[in-house]
Design a protein around this ligand. Structure first.
Ligand SMILES: *Cc1c(COP(=O)(O)O)cnc(C)c1O
Length: 368
């Protein structure tokens, strides 16, 4: 790759294929694969990621909201798209774009049937979501009879899948809880299959579910973070490759004398002579203020340069006192070696939050 000349997010589509192949190697050949591309493909680029996965013959895609699905359709994505958290106000748009809703309570089920039947739909594919312990979205186990009665009254919808979501699949100290969710889901689906005369797809596992609960892969798995290169544990991270590398450059170098301050509110005051580099990336690009004042760091010519003072909207200043570098040199914020997960850890958050925060003004560049 040529050296970065501005702040860019490089997205390695070969790494995406590597991660997809690795995750698929954990599945039975008949198990379907749903790729989660919500939140701009976890901060990368949903359309490019979806196009590439479509070429790799992924079975299904998922987004959180209707607008995200519309963007994929406008980019020419033809695979089925599950919308995990649609809002009823967008149901018409959802139908117009052949997106498939997750229906998670009596209200959305009833409203969806009403709108879809007004649009003269028959057998419109929907996905019934059950709550098995996350207590976020989903019907309760004792709603099965209600759903059955609704399904009997209408030909408008057809249940394409039944699913639930694990609350702590990455945390093996919660194994008993996860096994209990798996058991509850089995009992719900056994019940459900008795009330309809066809077989919806059953799915439960996210990335860590795929890796930690092979017995729960069922008919399909849903992977997000694993595709982007993180396995939520050291052992699995070794097999996966972060697809995104966030790069920037040194705009200016300053010599700071003892007693001077750096940045807004004079948050940093120097006890010694030091050198700083100013970089064109700030909290408006996704490097939050919590990374400031020595917590976060970047990599310059292989060495760690901690952020000095407060993070500005468009810039950060880093300490380069002991680093051999010059204005115009490339800087790595995170990538395959200094990972987003490691950087996120210094402010007690997770890779998911850091990578999905990279704002849309950062240019995306694709490596194929
Ligand atoms: C985001 C999401 C996923 C993907 O989870 P990862 O941990 O990123 O693999 C799967 N299922 C649901 C319901 C989600 O909201």
């Amino acid at each position: 790759m040529p050296k970065a000349q501005e702040t860019i997010l490089e997205i390695d589509l070969n790494a995406l294929k590597h991660n997809f192949d690795y995750l698929k190697s954990k599945l039975q050949p008949e198990t379907k694969f749903l790729a989660v591309v919500k939140a701009y493909g976890y901060g990368s680029d949903a359309c490019e990621i979806a196009k590439h996965l479509q070429e790799l013959e992924v079975d299904y895609l998922a987004v959180a909201y209707v607008n995200e699905g519309v963007l994929l359709r406008e980019a020419g994505i033809t695979k089925p798209i599950l919308v995990l958290h649609p809002q009823t106000v967008n149901f018409k748009k959802l139908i117009a774009n052949c997106l498939e809703p997750s229906l998670y309570n009596p209200k959305v089920l009833t409203e969806f049937i009403a709108i879809a039947s007004k649009k003269n739909q028959t057998d419109y594919p929907v996905h019934i979501k059950f709550n098995t312990g996350l207590n976020r979205l989903g019907f309760w186990e004792n709603d099965v009879a209600f759903i059955a009665s609704k399904l009997k009254q209408t030909k408008t919808i057809k249940v394409a899948s039944i699913f639930s979501h694990l609350a702590a699949s990455e945390d093996l100290t919660e194994k008993e809880f996860s096994l209990n969710q798996i058991k509850t889901f089995k009992s719900i689906t056994d019940n459900f299959l008795n009330i309809i005369d066809y077989k919806p797809v059953l799915h439960l596992c996210n990335t860590s579910g795929i890796l930690n609960y092979p017995e729960a892969h069922l008919n399909m798995v849903r992977s997000g973070i694993g595709l982007y290169g993180f396995g939520n544990c050291k052992k699995e991270n070794k097999h996966l490759k972060p697809i995104g590398t966030l790069k920037t450059i040194i705009s200016q170098i300053h010599q700071i004398e003892k007693g001077e301050s750096v940045g807004y509110n004079r948050a940093f005051k120097s006890n010694n002579f030091l050198k700083t580099a100013t970089l064109p990336i700030g909290h408006a690009d996704g490097i939050g203020r919590q990374y400031g004042n020595g917590k976060g760091f970047v990599i310059i010519n292989g060495q760690k340069a901690p952020i000095i003072g407060n993070v500005c909207m468009d810039m950060i200043m880093v300490n380069i006192t002991n680093i051999d570098c010059k204005e115009g040199d490339e800087v790595i914020v995170f990538g395959q070696e200094a990972t987003a997960e490691a950087l996120a850890e210094v402010v007690n958050t997770i890779s998911y939050e850091l990578i999905t925060s990279i704002s849309q003004r950062v240019k995306r560049i694709f490596i194929k």
